[in-house]
Design a protein around this ligand. Structure first.
Ligand SMILES: Nc1ncnc2c1ncn2[C@@H]1O[C@H](COP(=O)(O)OP(=O)(O)O)[C@@H](O)[C@H]1O
Ligand SMILES: [Mg+2]
Length: 328
């Protein structure tokens, strides 16, 4: 049996939902059927498409990808199906296109939900007939490939609204892999963070960076991560631009990570009053954050975030111990 990390091509994650999705992807990979990967941006759809190719019977063939959202409508079909020399103004020589390039391997259609309706019809025809006809050509060419598609869009709803062809949807979603957003697999956040830190710690400056302190950890674990794993990777990279010498504190995290939650209790309180209220409570509780949070009816994470937002230090000036703070 292969060890886990190589089986998953370096994809990190022990979360049950994520792991179930990956093992299904590996099983589906061995069948030569189309596969649809669904998930928010940054959840690892590209990586899973490569994993499927690597575990498929076509692994020794090419892996070719096309991002349907990155090209203007007029260019998508010539990219997919190719064109003959002189097919349109500017077509100085012929171009085989991505279908032909992926012959024998996997064609990865990223952001499938952005494929225009007119191209959807031609794509379906190419898949069903297993052949493509380049623009300006009369001759069809046979292709033998596997299609893996990905999207962050709700294709079923798009089908109901007639923005996506039902027949193409069913054709491409024979096997379907749903990747969970990072906020639903918080148990993987720290392992992913360590994974993205490892190469950055190889430089002399990077080697001095420690692990997250308790407050920074709470922020990482409480954040909603709308950009998912990609956002986490970027946060880790940003820490190493001006790396701390020692533990990673709130100071090293982007300001938006230390922002408070939208809290109905305080939404109506203007910022200055809120700062004063926090300071008053901290003074009353002798800077005991747990007690202050209880008093304010917030979680400790919320209190820490709000303290960071209002630039309130974690300890009062009088409490800061100059000997200890210089020793570490
Ligand atoms: N489980 C994972 N383990 C390690 N890196 C991951 C994982 N999922 C995503 N990544 C990394 O996060 C970034 C975004 O992933 P990507 O596959 O491009 O997401 P998507 O295609 O869903 O937007 C990439 O740098 C990728 O290598
Ligand atoms: Mg992607």
């Amino acid at each position: 049996m292969q060890i886990r990390s190589s089986a998953n091509l370096g994809l990190i994650g022990r979360n049950r939902t994520f792991d179930t999705a990956l093992s299904f992807a590996r099983k589906a990979a061995r069948h030569d059927c189309p596969l649809l990967i669904v998930g928010e941006t940054g959840t690892g759809k590209d990586e899973v498409a490569r994993l499927v190719h690597a575990h498929s019977t076509r692994a020794s063939g090419p892996f070719v990808s096309l991002n349907c959202a990155a090209l203007p409508e007029a260019l998508i079909e010539s990219e997919l199906f190719g064109y003959e020399r002189g097919a349109f103004t500017g077509a100085g020589r012929s171009y085989a296109g991505r279908f032909v390039a992926a012959d024998g391997g996997t064609l990865f259609l990223d952001e499938l939900g952005d494929l225009p309706l007119a191209s959807q019809a031609k794509l379906l025809r190419a898949i069903e007939h297993r052949e493509v006809t380049p623009l300006g050509s009369m001759r069809a060419r046979k292709v033998d490939l596997r299609i893996v598609a990905a999207t962050h869009q709700p294709l079923e709803a798009m089908v109901r609204e007639r923005r996506f062809r039902e027949d193409l949807f069913y054709r491409l979603s024979v096997a379907r892999v749903q990747l969970p957003p990072l906020r639903e697999r918080r148990d993987d956040i720290l392992e992913l963070a360590a994974h993205f830190m490892a190469p950055l710690k190889r430089s002399a400056d990077g080697a001095r960076v420690g692990w997250f302190d308790a407050v920074a950890l709470e922020c990482l674990l409480a954040h909603r991560w709308p950009g998912n794993v990609r956002e986490l990777r970027n946060v880790i990279e940003s820490i190493f631009i001006d790396p701390p010498d020692g533990p990673i504190t709130l100071r090293s995290l982007p300001a938006y990570l230390a922002q408070p939650f939208d809290d109905p209790n305080t939404a109506a309180v203007p910022g200055r009053n809120e700062r004063q209220r926090i300071l008053d409570t901290l003074l009353a509780t002798h800077w005991n954050k747990a007690a202050a949070a209880r008093e304010l009816k917030w979680s400790r994470v919320t209190l820490y975030r709000k303290m960071a937002k209002h630039a309130i230090p974690c300890a009062s000036e009088a409490q800061a111990d100059p000997v200890r703070s210089h020793a570490g």
